[in-house]
Design a protein. Structure first.
Ligand code: AGP
Length: 611
């Protein structure tokens, strides 16, 4: 999704803005642009389609492009094609320039009235109405800050905005509603961005704006008013991240780096939460005890990979904690009626904490009477964490690759901690808790072992690169793992991949099987093994090409049309986490052969901040 960076300083900010745009590239975009106020007091704009590199080349080849105040943007097209004309910043009457992340829902009505007022439109975006509205309001306002406060009262939808005007060349004004925005505090200069990653080379001191906030930022001051126009002090947070956390290092892609970071991410997500063979009660904060004591059911809401984590957790919550659990894709949950159960805990799961559908679903759940909420999230100061009663962080570190990897496995680890916390109050025995904790502790080592399959998988990947379709099979907790494997493959290699619970094959998908459609099965050694074997026979009997990721004890033997990749034996409890690793590697290796843009696959964005 769109990324914003802007700043005001005692010296030229162009380099910082371009560097910040590069750090925002992972969010997904199709054009980029920046605007500065130059020494003559004029707004200077550069825009280009494609990569930030193209913008950078244009900027560096023009010596005039310098300024102590500026705004910059990567655009992920929603309204209007990814053209130069639609790229941000948008400018009104050479006086006001603006960048925007989000969607303005009443843009058509605003456009109609602005056209009557004589404003001329140069783009097909929803954004352009905002810059004209600020310009129009500026005529009747004391300053740009008041003009923006007035403007946001007239906007419907979601936005983070950064605005400059050559009438007030020392002041950057910003606003936030539904889309993320942070202020990075520096010595003699200040910046804003869509996320901290963009500013880590400049500072580690951040203010996270809240919905409805508008801020006026100069090189040495930050003034914030809330939704009622009242001046407020927002807490300054010190980020634990440093700029290296978002560097690629020795790796070719962020996705590969993040896959290999999973042993550490797992250890970090367990750190400080276990003592001996028990989960520490303090893991969820002091208010959690009372809430957990009352919980009789769970409703999980999430999107994409995070939704798959929720599907695995449903099995665990019902089996080990004895708590009835429903899981729903957030974009569906928010648009239907619900019978709200009493004492139900809503668990939202999100890597970014900014996914618009998940956030809206949580707000909706609270509105219709769900009383308690817990958020499992990788970003401490995100919109979702602020909206939730309790927060359990996954300490995966920044995830830059669009395809989620370490976020998923750490979500599963965090969810297992929820399972223990609820289980302790219900049917879970001490022995079960001890077993789960022991297995969780073994994860960093077992994940590292699973990563050793990479070489074998690199060879298998060759079989895939020319295929157009693939089918993933799993049963029980491994059906969501098959779904996750299929999602990984399709999003980065563009091979059409679907996942089925293996028992469903004969109810339709078996018709697809021939030697052009590889079938990937996830085969741990559990009580569903014999059933899975029968399903696999159904595929073999129809000439299908099978690749089975199997525990050695399952007894699968390589033969024509059947490739077996042995995954070291693990306890059933952590098997879904371990079997995820080879599927991530498979998707990565296939994408590498196909030469796709692994970290920034076409049409996708990292943080989906629009509906
Ligand atoms: C995963 O590989 C995806 N890119 C996507 O499905 C993602 O998991 C989804 O958009 C949810 O994001 P979130 O976890 O940040 O809420």
């Amino acid at each position: 999704m769109c990324g914003i960076i802007a700043g005001v300083s005692g010296h030229d900010v162009t380099g910082t803005l371009l560097e910040g745009l590069k750090r925002l590239e992972y969010r997904g975009y199709d054009s980029a642009g920046l605007a500065l106020i130059d020494e003559q007091g004029e707004i200077l704009r550069k825009r280009s389609t494609g990569r930030v590199k193209a913008l950078q080349d244009e900027v560096t080849s023009d010596v005039r492009v310098r300024g102590n105040i500026g705004i910059a943007h990567t655009r992920w097209a929603t309204h209007g094609k990814p053209t130069k004309q639609n790229a941000h910043p948008h400018i009104c009457n050479e006086t006001v320039a603006l960048v925007h992340n989000g969607i303005i829902e009443n843009h058509e009505a605003l456009r109609a009235s602005q056209e009557k007022m004589g404003y001329r439109f140069t783009s097909n975006t929803d954004t352009e109405v905002i810059v004209h509205q600020v310009h129009s309001n500026l005529e009747h306002s004391a300053d740009l800050f008041s003009a923006l406060q007035q403007t946001i009262k007239e906007l419907e939808g979601a936005y983070s905005l950064a605005v400059i005007s050559n009438l007030e060349p020392d002041c950057l004004v910003v606003a936030r509603q539904g889309s993320p925005l942070v202020i990075g505090l520096c010595e003699g200069e200040n910046f804003i961005a869509s996320d901290v990653a963009a500013l880590l080379t400049k500072t580690r001191e951040f203010i996270f704006l809240e919905d409805g906030d508008v801020a006026c930022i100069t090189a040495d001051n930050v003034r914030i008013v809330d939704t009622n126009g009242k001046q407020v002090d927002r807490q300054v947070h010190h980020s634990r991240l440093n700029s290296d956390s978002v560097e690629l290092g020795e790796y070719r892609h962020y996705m590969l780096k993040e896959i290999y970071e999973q042993p550490t991410a797992a250890a970090d997500t367990l750190e400080g939460r276990l003592s001996g063979n028990r989960l520490l009660a303090a893991t969820f904060g002091h208010e959690a005890d009372e809430i957990f004591d009352s919980i009789t059911s769970v409703q999980i809401i999430a999107c994409g990979t995070s939704y798959h984590a929720g599907l695995v957790a449903r099995h665990w919550l019902e089996e080990f904690a004895g708590v009835a659990t429903s899981v729903e894709v957030a974009s569906e949950f928010r648009y239907r009626s619900h019978v709200v159960p009493e004492n139900c805990l809503v668990i939202s799961i999100s890597q970014s904490g900014e996914t618009a559908d998940t956030l809206a679903a949580l707000k909706y759940a609270k509105e219709i009477g769900f009383q308690h909420s817990l958020c499992i999230c990788n970003v401490a100061e995100s919109s979702l964490t602020r909206e939730s009663d309790m927060v359990l962080l996954t300490h995966a570190g920044p995830e830059i690759g669009v395809a989620s990897t370490k976020a998923f496995t750490t979500q599963l680890i965090a969810l297992m901690q929820v399972v223990i916390a609820l289980g302790q109050r219900n049917s879970m025995t001490h022995e079960q808790e001890e077993r789960i904790v022991r297995e969780l502790r073994s994860l960093p080592v077992k994940i590292a072992e699973a990563l050793e399959l990479d070489t074998e998988i690199t060879v298998i990947a060759e079989k895939f690169a020319h295929k157009k379709h693939a089918l993933f099979l799993g049963r029980g907790t491994h059906f969501p793992i098959a779904m996750e494997g299929a999602l990984k493959l399709k999003e980065i290699s563009y091979i059409h991949a679907e996942a089925y619970p293996a028992g469903e094959l004969k109810h339709g998908p078996l018709a697809l099987i021939d030697n052009e459609v590889p079938v990937i099965a996830v085969a741990p050694n559990n009580e569903l093994l014999q059933k899975l074997k029968s399903n696999i026979q159904e595929v073999r009997a129809r000439g299908g090409e099978l690749i089975v990721f199997a525990d050695p004890a399952t007894g699968f033997k390589e033969k024509d049309g059947l490739t077996v990749i042995e995954v070291a034996p693990v306890d059933d409890i952590i098997a879904p986490i371990i079997f995820t690793i080879p599927l991530q590697l498979l998707a990565y290796r296939v994408a590498l052969i196909k030469g796709t843009d692994v970290d920034k696959p076409r049409n996708l964005a990292k943080s989906v901040t629009v509906e």
